[in-house]
Design a protein around this ligand. Structure first.
Ligand code: ADP
Ligand code: MG
Length: 270
């Protein structure tokens, strides 16, 4: 392990590398499977479609599935002696994922003390260039891994907390809020995902679980509620086929909800 002085120097170098990124957004959730990657992907693609230069960073050690969601599985980022260049998804969207470096279906095993170093190495090696937005898909929960990422990013302009409508999810939301407070991370707002179901026959949104819990909690805690994304079978398909809904199904209910959220983010961070 390097000494304190060397660690400080490395951190400073990382900050210099990230300095041409105007806005850094961290996407958080209390647990896996709530749609964190879906939200990260669609917000990143949506922002890039609105003429912003965007980077999407997938540093979810347990399920780095952004490559799948963008149809980039098996792609190799160009690695040079200066560092690794993100994969170019479109002229305005660059993507980097831990998944690009993992072999097919290999579980990536990370051990405690090495984990922080590995994340730091990964972040330090990426050459982003100038970006308007960097969207970071983090590991679920509020444990050491997310803490490392938060710390290494230096300045974070805002966190987006993704939750589902069930009551049990609200305890997770509270934990994520505490995490943001403890790490001086401004909260952009909460998104309630899988909030109601879009009927494939009539297109109407039906509430399966009780919905609105996250919105009520947001109001109580004086935190911005960014919006609800309904369950849409198209979104599963879009995720599996690498076709983000904001790009391929812009008229779908989830895409419309994402664009409303994106407009708010642009307005808050302008
Ligand atoms: N609103 C939604 N409607 C339908 N399916 C969704 C929705 N949000 C997420 N999914 C699906 O649920 C699964 C988990 O989502 P994902 O974004 O991978 O969650 P996380 O990153 O939090 O683990 C994926 O198969 C995804 O396509
Ligand atoms: Mg994920």
């Amino acid at each position: 392990m390097p000494g304190k002085k060397e660690q400080d120097k490395e951190l400073q170098e990382l900050q210099e590398k990230l300095s041409a990124i105007k806005r850094r957004i961290l996407v958080l959730s209390g647990k896996g499977g709530v749609g964190k990657s879906t939200v990260s992907t669609n917000i990143a693609v949506g922002l890039s479609l609105r003429d912003n230069m965007v980077g999407l960073l997938d540093v979810d050690l347990h399920g780095p599935n952004i490559p799948n969601m963008l149809g980039l599985k098996g792609t190799q980022p160009p690695v040079t002696p200066e560092g690794a260049y993100p994969v170019v998804y479109s002229p305005t969207l660059k993507v980097m994922s831990i998944g690009f470096f993992a072999k097919d279906n290999d579980a990536i095993i990370w051990r405690g003390p090495l984990k922080h170093r590995a994340i730091q190495q990964f972040l330090s090696d990426i050459i982003w260039g100038a970006l308007d937005y960097l969207i970071v898909d983090s590991p679920p929960g509020t444990g050491d891994e997310v803490l490392s990422i938060r710390h290494l990013l230096g300045k974070v302009d805002g966190a987006i907390i993704v939750a589902t409508p069930q009551d049990v999810a609200l305890a997770d939301v509270k934990r994520s809020i505490k995490f943001c407070e403890a790490t001086q991370t401004p909260i952009l707002g909460i998104i309630e995902n899988m909030s109601g179901f879009v009927c494939p026959k009539c297109g109407e949104v039906i509430n399966i679980f009780k919905s609105g819990g996250a919105e009520t909690l947001a109001k109580e805690l004086n935190i911005r509620f960014l919006g609800r994304i309904p369950i849409d079978p198209k979104l599963v398909e879009a995720g599996d086929e690498g076709k983000p809904c904001v790009e391929y199904y812009p008229e779908s209910e989830p895409a419309k909800a994402f664009f409303k959220i994106i407009e708010q983010i642009e307005e808050i961070l302008k």
